[in-house]
Design a protein around this ligand. Structure first.
Ligand SMILES: [Cu+2]
Length: 70
């Protein structure tokens, strides 16, 4: 059983629901079970996943959204 933590990331280039969809898809490509919660006004994406934060961060960046831990 994996440890599941809540990982917040700041994704500054996320501006609309299309961006939210792209970011969510990138996260789910790494972990299909991830719970992804997006707060657009603060540009914070909270992810519940057992997968390493660096892998998630990299996938989101590859999708065109640079990000950092928030
Ligand atoms: Cu957008």
């Amino acid at each position: 059983m994996l440890m599941v933590g809540d990982m917040p990331f700041n994704v500054p280039d996320m501006t609309c629901s299309h961006c939210v969809g792209t970011v969510t898809k990138a996260v789910r490509s790494i972990d299909g079970q991830a719970v992804v919660t997006v707060d657009l006004p603060t540009k914070i994406v909270s992810i519940q996943t057992g997968v390493d934060a660096a892998r998630i961060s990299h996938a989101v960046e590859d999708a065109g959204y640079p990000n950092k831990s928030a």
